[in-house]
Design a protein around this ligand. Structure first.
Ligand code: MLT
Length: 262
């Protein structure tokens, strides 16, 4: 299993295929395994690297708050180790926040930025308060927090249809260490607004949004995509926040279109 050291801790990633590089960054309570249906469809044409962000999957925790910038530095460590020059970075939700922090710090290494069910906006005050409440709940009983949180990510009508997959996602989420969960919640709460990056980007930007997403509201994504002509919006219909489970075919088709447009 490939891994590198970052700030003295282990960072795990996978590296498959040859060609233009795509880096996949998972979201909160997820890990590299979320891309298991996507990678086989792309690795015949592209070099596909999936990274477990600090405190998730097989990557260890760095501290008590994992800022998006610190996670982006961790991603850069992998980029440098693999000697990748310019990458397409696809970040799901929190992974998109990290991708934006990466693009701000290391623009020369970005060919294309894909906010996959993610946003450049900062948390509202209400959302910041919810993060603080979530941190307290996680400290009390992280398993109960995770068991309640994961189903909320799916479109309600899809919870029954994808019960097996939802249980799988819950189990993966339960493997996230308590410190990793708390550190990510703190990092997301403290992230700045990065909409400015969408205005005059020196790389292409794509927003992949789902019209029934309960976490990243679709209308907000339509508005965000209108910031500049250089931002392209791709819509996945009928899905909640977990379109890679709720409609993997449409998700893969979207990524293939993006790679062709790049
Ligand atoms: C995620 O899926 O990464 C998170 O739900 C994003 C968020 O809470 O802002």
């Amino acid at each position: 299993m490939p891994e590198v050291k970052f700030k003295g801790v282990k960072l795990h990633f996978t590296d498959q295929g040859k060609g233009r590089a795509i880096i996949f960054l998972h979201g909160f309570l997820e890990n590299c395994s979320m891309w298991k249906k996507i990678v086989p469809e792309l690795q015949n044409r592209y070099r596909v690297v999936c990274i477990d962000l600090p405190g998730h999957g097989k990557s260890e925790c760095i501290g008590y708050v994992h800022t998006m910038d610190e996670m982006a530095e961790a991603v850069f460590k992998v980029v440098r180790t693999l000697k990748l020059r310019k990458v397409t970075m696809i970040g799901h939700s929190m992974g998109g926040y990290v991708a934006l922090a990466f693009a701000e710090r290391f623009p020369d290494n970005v060919k294309s930025l894909v906010l996959y069910q993610s946003t450049a906006k900062a948390d509202s005050d209400e959302r910041k308060n919810n993060r603080n409440r979530a941190i307290e709940l996680v400290k009390q009983n992280h398993k109960s927090f995770v068991r309640k949180a994961v189903p909320q990510l799916f479109r309600p009508v899809n919870r029954k249809k994808f019960k097996t997959e939802m249980d799988w996602a819950k189990n993966e989420a339960l493997s996230t260490p308590v410190q990793g969960i708390i550190a990510a919640l703190g990092g997301m709460r403290d992230r700045p607004n990065r909409e400015i990056l969408l205005k005059f980007p020196p790389y292409s930007i794509h927003i992949v949004a789902a019209d029934k997403d309960p976490i990243i509201a679709y209308n907000d994504m339509v508005e965000l995509a209108s910031i500049s002509d250089q931002v392209r919006l791709h819509t996945i219909k009928g899905c909640g926040h977990m379109s890679y489970i709720e409609n993997p075919e449409a998700t893969i088709a979207g990524f293939n279109i993006i790679m062709k447009q790049n």
